[in-house]
Design a protein around this ligand. Structure first.
Ligand code: ZN
Length: 112
């Protein structure tokens, strides 16, 4: 089971998730449950693909580092308000600015 939390829950994003995962989807109060899905990476890639195809470029799919069964679809502008920090190069999400800045060095100095 994978839970997808959607920030600023809106019908368009809900529709995207339905289109990707079809009948496996059920809705909890603030999140969408994929009851038959177990591979978070696969689900994440499928969501990223459809978000970019439909020009939802303001949204990213983030993994929850504390709960491996949870994904979140976040609006880029909301991220810092949630206390999260986004790598401006690869869109990875971090819980602190320090972690994010350390990570970003990889992009400045190349993959050693
Ligand atoms: Zn990065």
């Amino acid at each position: 089971m994978i839970r997808i939390v959607i920030s600023r829950y809106c019908d368009e994003l809900k529709q995207v998730v339905f289109d990707v995962f079809g009948s496996q989807v059920s809705i909890d109060k603030q999140s969408i449950i994929l009851s038959d899905e177990t591979e978070v990476q696969k689900a994440k890639q499928a969501l990223e693909r459809v978000l970019s195809e439909r020009r939802f470029e303001d949204y990213i799919v983030a993994e929850n580092t504390e709960d491996p069964t949870e994904l979140a679809i976040l609006k880029k502008g909301d991220i810092e308000q949630l206390g999260l920090y986004l790598c401006s190069f690869c869109m990875m999400v971090f819980n602190s600015e320090v972690e994010r800045n350390l990570h970003q060095r990889v992009h400045y100095f190349g993959f050693a």
